[in-house]
Structures are given as structure tokens and as C-alpha cells.
Design a protein around this ligand. Structure first.
Ligand SMILES: [Mn+2]
Length: 194
């Protein structure tokens, strides 16, 4: 089964191209021009075992906000397209993920209804000049464009880098579970449609 898709999106603020392959994992090739975002997305792709080639540039001199949000939208669009009618997928995924003192929970449902529930408590400290408020924007963008019910919860952690890296890893593992094909044919819904 081939589950590969190419997505590109260009606006006056950002230009992004992505190749996503759910069947052929390779070392992530991520270049977003925001090294911290590239670092977190590499962790996401690696731990999700997603084949990802991502190139993104934008008006980061204004604020990395546009780029981070738009990368979330493009990754969300790629999952939306690659899953098609969402036949034969596990649908739900969840992961508690520790990184040293940090602990984060991600639980998600490839429901077709895009909404991110970002629980309070995540550190509001910036990392290397990147304001913490950009990170929920990534997940809101992904959830909206992919049609995913996405819950993210801060459990513990003092170090903002640990907390946000754990969040991206938890997201990768939970999403990997949800996209895993089912042995039994059909849609994972009693309504018969997602
Ligand atoms: Mn790190």
C-alpha cells in the first residue's frame, strides 16, 4: 500500500513544501529556517516513523508565528490527504511521554472534526528567542487542517525545551498509533463515516 503525498503552500508570508510517506520511513529531512522548529519536527517525524521531507521559509524576521502556524497547516493537510476516506485506520492514538523531568500527554482522534484542546500549564518561557505562544499555534493549525481532535496536556516539567520537545514526540507517537492500519476492513466508526 502506498501512502505518500506531496503538499505545497505559498502565501505572501510563507512558502512550504512537504513530502509525507507513511510507509517508507527515512531520516527526517527538515529545514524550516527556524532551527528550533526544525529540531522539534525532526523529533516528531523520527519518533512517529513518518517519512518526511519538509522545506519551509517565511517572514520570520517579522515573527516566527506565521511560519510555525503554516507548517502546522501543511502537515495537517498532508495527513488529511494521505488518509483519504480514513478506511482501515486505528483512528485513536495516545501517549504519555517523559523527557527527564518533563511529562506530557497527547491523545487524539482522527475524527474528521478539527479542534485542538491545549490544556493550561505549559511553560510560557521563550526558548532561544522563540516565544512560547507559537507552539499551540502549530497544533491548532494541524488539528484544523487534518480534521483531528487533538488533546495536549502538560503534566510536569521545569525546562521549557524539555516540555515542548516532549510534546512533539508525544504527538508523533500518538499520531503513529492512530494512522496504523487495522487488520479488519472498514471504518472505525459506528456511524460508518469519518
Ligand atoms: Mn532538544
Amino acid at each position: 500500500m502506498s501512502r505518500q503525498v506531496n503538499v505545497s503552500r505559498t502565501t505572501k508570508e510563507t512558502s512550504i513544501t512537504l513530502t509525507l510517506d507513511l510507509e517508507a520511513f527515512h531520516a527526517p529531512q527538515i529545514d524550516t529556517s527556524v532551527p528550533l522548529l526544525s529540531h522539534f519536527l525532526t523529533a516528531f517525524a523520527f519518533h512517529g516513523r513518518f517519512g518526511m521531507v519538509l522545506k519551509a521559509e517565511g517572514d520570520i524576521e517579522v515573527d516566527p508565528h506565521h511560519l510555525v502556524e503554516d507548517v502546522g497547516l501543511v502537515i495537517g493537510q498532508a495527513f488529511h490527504e494521505v488518509l483519504g476516506d480514513r478506511q482501515n485506520i486505528t483512528r485513536f492514538g495516545q501517549r504519555y511521554l517523559p523527557m527527564d523531568e518533563a511529562l506530557v500527554l497527547c491523545a487524539l482522534d482522527l475524527s474528521g472534526r478539527g479542534q485542538c484542546y491545549w490544556a493550561p500549564g505549559f511553560p510560557d518561557r521563550s526558548i532561544n528567542g522563540i516565544n512560547a505562544e507559537v507552539w499551540p499555534e502549530f497544533f491548532h493549525g494541524f488539528a484544523r487542517q487534518s480534521g483531528t481532535t487533538l488533546h495536549l496536556r502538560y503534566v510536569s516539567g521545569d525546562n521549557a525545551h524539555h516540555v515542548y520537545e516532549a510534546t512533539f514526540k508525544a504527538f508523533g507517537r500518538a499520531l503513529a498509533e492512530a494512522v496504523t492500519p487495522l487488520d479488519t476492513a472498514g471504518i472505525s466508526s459506528t456511524k460508518g463515516v469519518l
